[in-house]
Design a binder for this molecule. Structure first.
Ligand code: ADP
Ligand code: MG
Length: 205
C-alpha cells in the first residue's frame, strides 16, 4: 500500500508523482574553514536525499554588499530533487541553521549561505522565496561559477543566457578561481546508492 501522503497521487511537499526539478544553488562562506563549510553543506544536501549532479570550482571572492568583512569562498552546484521549491528552501535553511548552531555563532560573517538561484525555468515570487534569485544577475560571485557549469542556462525572466549575463554584468568585484576540483561525482559513491554515471553499477559492460 502506498504511504498515506501519496494515496491520491499527490504530496504537498513533492512535485507531481515521479517529477523532479533541476535547481542551481549558490553556496558561500566567509568564516572558519570556508571551503570545508561548502563541502559540508554539499554532504548534508546529499544526506537529505538531494542529488548533486555538478559543481563549479571554488572561487575566492571580494565581499560586495558589506565591504568590511573577510573575503568569501563561493561555488555553485546543480542538484536534482523531487521537492517543491518552497520545501527545498526549507531544507536549505535547515542546513544553514544546523551548521551555524553547531559552531555556536549567530551574527556576523557567515559560516554558510545557501541560495536558491534557479528552479528549472520556473518563476516564483512569494513572501519568502523569489526565483530566479533577485540578485543573481547583478553579482559576479554568482555568475562566474554558474557560467562555469551552465553557460547556456537561461534566466527565465531576463531571457538571457548565464554566459551573456556574466559577460555584461556591471559588478567589477574580484572573483578568483581556485585550482582543483571542489566536488566530483566519484566522491559520492556509497554502498546502496548506485549512480548511473558509474558503468560498474550497470549490467551492460
Ligand atoms: P542573502 O540575501 O544575503 O542570501 P539570507 O540568506 O539571510 O540573505 O536570506 C534572507 C531571506 O531571503 C530568507 O529569509 C529567504 O526567505 C529569502 N529568499 C527569497 N528568495 C530566496 C532565494 N531564491 N534563495 C534563498 N533565500 C531566498
Ligand atoms: Mg541566502
Amino acid at each position: 500500500m502506498p504511504p498515506p501522503a501519496q494515496m491520491n497521487g499527490r504530496d504537498a511537499d513533492q512535485l507531481d508523482a515521479g517529477r523532479t526539478l533541476r535547481y542551481f544553488l549558490g553556496l558561500g562562506s566567509n568564516l572558519g574553514s570556508k571551503a570545508g563549510n561548502l563541502a559540508e553543506a554539499v554532504r548534508r544536501l546529499e544526506a537529505r536525499g538531494v542529488r548533486v549532479l555538478k559543481a563549479s570550482s571554488l572561487y575566492k571572492t571580494e565581499p560586495v554588499d558589506v565591504p568590511d568583512q573577510p573575503w568569501f569562498v563561493n561555488a555553485v552546484v546543480l542538484v536534482e530533487s523531487g521537492l517543491r521549491p518552497e520545501r527545498l528552501l526549507d531544507l536549505l535553511q535547515d542546513i544553514e541553521r544546523g551548521m551555524k548552531r553547531r559552531r555556536g555563532r549567530s551574527k556576523g560573517p557567515r559560516l554558510i549561505d545557501i541560495d536558491l538561484l534557479l528552479a528549472g525555468r520556473r518563476v516564483i515570487r512569494t513572501r519568502r522565496l523569489v526565483v530566479p534569485h533577485p540578485r543573481l544577475a547583478a553579482r559576479r560571485f554568482v555568475l562566474v561559477p554558474l557560467a562555469e557549469i551552465a553557460p547556456r542556462a537561461v534566466h527565465p525572466v531576463l531571457r538571457r543566457s548565464v554566459e551573456i549575463l556574466r559577460r555584461d554584468v556591471a559588478d567589477g568585484s574580484l572573483v578568483i578561481k581556485r585550482p582543483g576540483a571542489f566536488w566530483t561525482p566519484a566522491k559520492r559513491i556509497r554502498p546502496g546508492r548506485p549512480a548511473k554515471e558509474f558503468p560498474h553499477d550497470q549490467s551492460r559492460t
